[in-house]
Structure formats: C-alpha cells, structure tokens
Design a protein. Structure first.
Length: 568
C-alpha cells in the first residue's frame, strides 16, 4: 500500500498528459484516517466513471457491532450511511467540471424504499463506502489540480463526516433501525394472524406524480380503516398502531373511477419493501412473496403449463408445455400466474385495468352464444376460489366493471373518495337479489407437477463471449438481445436490474447444468447471495458497482422473458 503523498506525486506527474495515464492511479493509498482504493479507472472521460472505495478501520469508526447484528439492522445502517454519504458529497463537494463525466462524484441513489444494497460495507473490521468518480479532463488531457481537489479536499471531508459514529446523527440512525425492526415484526405478525396485508391508519398513500414516489402533501386523505377490518398491533418500538388487516382469501377493491382503487393496490404491491420514515407508507406491509399480475402482449413464453386456464386451442396446440414468441393478452396473463406459482407466491395482486378482459370474465350471455367447447379460456373468475381453497393462494383484485366477482369474493372493500368502506354484505345481498345466468366453467385443482429444467444452452456465448448490461430499470441487454422488464412493476430500482444482469451471468457460469429447474437455479443463487453477500454474483473484484437485492420473483420473471431461454 502506498502513502497518500505518493498519489499526489503520481497526479502531478501525469498532469496534462493523455487520459489513459490515469490508469497509473490504480491501487491503494493510506490516508491519515482511511484507505483509498482506486479499483477501476475509466479509459475515457466519456466512459463509465471510475470506481473507488474509502475504508475506515472498524476500531476507529466507533460503530458498535450491536448496531448491525441482525439482517434488518444491517440493512437499516447501510441504507442510512449511504444517504449520509450522498448528503455530504452534496455539502462538501462542488463539481470541478471538465469534459464528459469529469468531476462526477457519487454514491448509489437511495429512494423511498429501504433495500439491501452494497454501497456501504460494515462489519467489525471495516466501514467502507463505494463511490464513483469521473476523473477530470479537458478534452482528453488530464486536469491534475482538479483531481487533487477531489482526492485531497472533498474526499477527506466526506469520510470524516459520514463514516465515523460520532460524526453522524446517532438519534436518526437509531430511529431507522427501530423502524426496520417494527416493519420486520409487522411482516411476521400479519402471517401469524392469517392476514395478507396491513395498512396503518394515517398512512399517506397517494404519490406526488407518476414519476415520483414521494408522498403527496396537499389535499391528501390519510388512510382510515373501516371498523370491520380495524385491528391493533403492538410494535416493539412504535407501540400500538391501528389499521386495516386484509384477511387471506379473495378480496375485491371496488369503487368508481378516480376514487383510489388502483392507488391503494399500488401501495400494496410496493408493501413488499420497507420504506423510510416520513414516506407515508412505513406501516403498509404485505406478504413478501406477493406478485403483481397483468397481461403482457408480445412476451416470450417457454414451456409453461397454462392448461388450468387455457386448453383446447385451435390446431391442437399443447398448453401443458405452452411456448410462444408473441403471447396474447390472455396467454401471457395465464403464464404470468403459473410462473409466479412456480416460484412460490401465495398472494396475487391483479388490477382489472391491466388485465385481459377475456381472461378475467366470460358473462352469461357470451356463454350462451359461444359454447364452452368453442372457448379455450377458463376465466380467472372460475379459478380464483380454487386457488385459495385448494392451493392456499389468496388474491387481492381491483374491480370496477364486473359485479360477477361479488359471488366469489370473501371481502369487498369500496373506495369512496379515498375512504375505504366494507361493502361485503351489500355485495352478497346484490348477488342474492340479482340472479345472473352465468355458469361456472370449471373448478379443478390448479397444479403443475412438471419441472421446468433450465438448459445451459440458453446462454449462448458467440465468438466474443457474453456481454450482459442493464439499461435503467426496464431493460437488460444480453449481447444484442434486449430483455424487456417494463411490466415487472415490483422491480423499483435500476440497481436491482443491474444486480439481475450479474445474476444471469452467475447462473450461466456457476449454476445452470441441465439438471436444476429454473426455480432451483433462482433459489440457489439467492441462497448464495444471502450467505456470502451481494458481491458474490458480481463479475468485478473490489468495487463491483452499485447493486441492490431484487426479489426471487423478479429474477425468475427476467429469465422467463429471456428470448433465448430453453426449458426441458
């Protein structure tokens, strides 16, 4: 390891030279209170920024191991310190400028959700922050003085104010740890009480806009549970809170347009994640394996058993091992459900607005006109009770146009100007009053005992090997092939997508063997990340780049949308 003075000498020596001379900086440097590791140096000011780490020895940082001795505590601390570093970069550093990405200095962005990330590493030995830096240049000539401003002026101030326990707000850190302890307790409690979700009274559900997850501040109606569903839960830190517990079974959310049906479902689907204090959704939790289901015209489907919903297709097409490069609305929705069940969900979230109409319902008049033997689709309305009673899978369903679902529902909650009301009795009375001549098409057990074995040949390499790269939240590029993820609404951060791109490569190199099923491959990689950390799936050493843990369901969904996927 070199002294920080050696770093200064190198910068002085390469000042004004071509950009590639920055490669000489790679290595480790001892500063008075931390170690600077320059792990990757960009080859051009317009290329992806360089990656660096700043590491404080654990015995100097002052963080007690009791602050991170459980998984939820560590997640809380990593998230908190990541935000502190980001705030202190903004406070202590003004971009020095230059060509391309010159002067950029950042840590991964944290949104409203608290995810498991790798931006900060903390244990008894070290506290480490992983940053990206755009090494400054004018054109492609090194600006040495500006580089020294970053390394010798800004960076020490950021480290001193962020990675030492006595420098941060200990009270705010404790609040975040306590919040995550409460949220972890709440998730266990809803399962214990046989609930699928909980929404605390006073929650702020609407967001500022379609592109902002921050809470709406003006004219918002705080959530208040109907008395019929209101329960008390005593949290370890917050104490007793009241709110709406949604029981297992089939729950309808109904109401007129623009009264908050889809808004409440959106809050529920993101309830699989913890949220920061002040978000308004801190105490909205749902089963962690809940999956949002929608139709998805044009998606790839590879040997999925959609027979429980669709059979007797024209031309005798096999729906027990259904494959297509261009799924319809109904076949894609059936495949999405069966794939979610394969990975292990016990809660489906469905919005009528984003579903295929012919998949959701076939009314009595249509049944009379088009006989069952001429209709391949068994609509979801005829399967939703079987899913719960035989498979133990609950459904929360937003419905605005089909009262037929009243007959199969356990609970009916109406949103009236963002106020929820229990309308179960009224809905059942309507069923008794207005008899409708609709026949149940089929009530059979929904199961699939056929394993879907992941073939290693899915991951073709070509002459130049494989290049897998994420682009934002919605796209992963595998060589020149795009995997489109825009319909995975519970994928909420670009760093989750980045991690999935690493996971695909890791599965290709280490897990796929023509014997493991797709589910077993996903379970295996998840187990390794849980035991060894996120970095284990990264192809990069030292600083692997910004990563955030995705759920199993989005990993599997990505593989299922990979157009070269091959299943035996």
């Amino acid at each position: 390891m070199k002294s920080f003075k050696e770093l200064e000498k190198i910068i002085d020596r390469i000042d004004g030279k071509s950009y590639k001379s920055y490669k000489q900086l790679q290595g480790q440097y001892q500063f008075p209170n931390f170690i600077l590791s320059i792990d990757y140096v960009q080859g051009d000011p317009f290329a992806s920024p360089s990656r660096i780490r700043v590491t404080v020895p654990g015995n100097k940082s002052g963080f007690s191991s009791g602050l991170y001795d459980t998984s939820y505590k560590k997640k809380a601390v990593v998230d908190f310190l990541s935000r502190v570093v980001g705030e202190n970069i903004y406070k202590h550093y003004e971009n020095v400028g230059g060509s391309g990405k010159s002067g950029l200095l950042s840590i991964g962005h944290c949104g409203q959700e608290i995810l498991e990330r790798n931006y900060i590493i903390i244990d008894e030995k070290i506290v480490e922050a992983r940053l990206t830096v755009g090494l400054p240049a004018e054109g492609r000539r090194i600006l040495g003085n500006k580089a020294k401003t970053i390394f010798f002026e800004a960076l020490p101030k950021i480290v001193e104010s962020s990675l030492f326990f006595n420098a941060i707000s200990q009270e705010d850190l404790l609040k975040q740890i306590n919040l995550l302890e409460d949220q972890a307790y709440l998730r266990k409690e809803i399962e214990k009480r046989e609930l699928v979700a909980f929404i605390a009274n006073g929650s702020i559900i609407p967001r500022q806009s379609g592109v902002s997850q921050k809470p709406m501040r003006k004219g918002v109606v705080p959530f208040l549970s109907p008395k019929e569903y209101e329960i008390d839960i005593n949290l370890p830190n917050q104490g007793t809170i009241k709110g709406m517990g949604i029981p297992e079974g089939v729950t309808l959310i109904v109401g007129g347009g623009f009264h908050g049906k889809s808004t409440i479902l959106k809050a529920l689907e993101l309830g699989v994640y913890d949220h920061i204090l002040g978000d308004g959704r801190e105490y909205i939790v749902i089963r962690e394996n809940a999956v949002k289901i929608k139709s998805e015209d044009g998606r790839k489907v590879e040997k999925v058993n959609i027979y429980p919903f669709i059979n007797n297709l024209p031309m005798g097409e096999d729906t027990k091992r259904f494959s297509t490069e261009n799924a319809s609305g109904s076949t894609s929705q059936a495949a999405n459900i069966m794939e979610a069940l394969e990975i292990g969900t016990d809660l489906l979230l469905i919005d009528e607005d984003t579903s295929a109409t012919n998949f959701m319902i076939r009314d009595g008049r249509m049944q009379k006109l088009v006989q069952k033997e001429k209709e391949p689709i068994t609509p979801f309305i005829d399967k939703v009770r079987t899913l719960y009673e035989k498979n133990g899978v609950s459904t929360v369903l937003v419905i605005g146009g089909s009262g037929d679902y009243f007959e199969v529902a356990d609970h009916v909650i109406m949103m009236d100007e963002y106020h929820p009301k229990d309308m179960t009795k009224e809905a059942k009375d309507i069923v008794e009053e207005i008899k409708y001549q609709r026949k149940i098409d089929e009530v059979t057990l929904i199961k699939d005992d056929t394993p879907r074995t992941l073939l290693k040949s899915s991951f073709f390499t070509g002459r130049k090997g494989v290049k897998i790269k994420s682009r934002g939240i919605d796209t992963i590029t595998y060589n020149k092939m795009d995997i489109e993820l825009r319909n995975l609404e519970q994928l909420i951060h670009s760093d989750q997508t980045n991690t999935i791109s690493f996971i695909i490569k890791y599965i290709m190199d280490n897990i796929a063997n023509d014997k493991r099923t797709l589910k077993e491959a996903v379970d295996k990689v998840y187990e390794e990340m849980n035991t060894k950390g996120l970095d284990t799936v990264s192809p990069y050493q030292g600083n692997p780049g910004n990563m955030a843990l995705p759920r199993k369901y989005e990993i599997a969904a990505t593989l299922n949308r990979f157009r070269n996927l091959k299943i035996k």
